[in-house]
Design a protein around this ligand. Structure first.
Ligand code: CO
Length: 208
């Protein structure tokens, strides 16, 4: 990889943007007002803005291995707080993807050092949904389902935060669980029934 090529690409990109709008960067530097917080996987094949057709300034992005929202992760928690309290986003998206290496690794028993505590969050998702997952015969299908259930559990982790609960009461923030199918390029809305899920968990996680 020729790192200098990146700077040449950047020069071209700057010229392209200025050709379309000579105030493009001036406007960008005035501030951001995104309406969406996107939490996705760090996987190099999974882009955030590109697959959604969104432009710079429109999406606040957080990415980590397997799109996780652990409640002790200062980075994820700060991103959510900043997006909800200061940027006042109305939508929070958790976007997982099939063929996720993080989810795959969590399905195996290998000791992966510092990755163990991170992957354990996904193993916890497996444990919560063990009966459903173990009833799926094909490993490929089980893998896909764990990707989906992981998205669902991370959506719940988002909802467990006080900021989001307050935001929901004040202005009805919507949380979305999506999966990107790398094999077709299509974005899939898991249409998670949050009202139903929340009935089960809010008794425990409700914060005033
Ligand atoms: Co991934």
């Amino acid at each position: 990889m020729d790192i200098q090529q990146i700077f040449r690409n950047n020069q071209e990109w700057v010229q392209e943007k200025l050709k379309m709008d000579e105030k493009y960067f001036e406007n960008l530097s005035e501030g951001q007002n995104p309406d969406i917080l996107y939490i996705g996987c760090s996987d190099s094949r999974v882009t955030a803005e590109e697959l959604m057709g969104m432009k710079p300034g429109e999406v606040f992005v957080h990415r980590n291995i397997a799109n996780m929202v652990p409640n002790t992760d200062l980075s994820a928690m700060s991103v959510i707080d900043y997006a909800v309290v200061h940027l006042k986003v109305n939508h929070i998206v958790i976007c997982g993807h099939y063929y996720c290496g993080g989810v795959k690794a969590a399905m195996q028993s290998e000791d992966l050092g510092i990755l163990n505590p991170w992957l354990r969050n996904i193993r916890d998702v497996y444990r919560l949904h063990k009966d459903e997952l173990n009833s799926i015969k094909e490993e490929e299908d089980r893998y896909k389902r764990l990707v989906e259930l992981n998205v669902q559990e991370q959506c719940l982790n988002v909802i467990k935060t006080a900021e989001v609960q307050r935001g929901y009461r004040d202005r009805h923030i919507t949380v979305h669980g999506w999966v990107w199918d790398m094999h077709t390029g299509k974005l899939i809305d898991l249409e998670i029934d949050f009202e139903k899920l929340l009935e089960n968990v809010m008794e425990i996680y409700h914060l005033k």
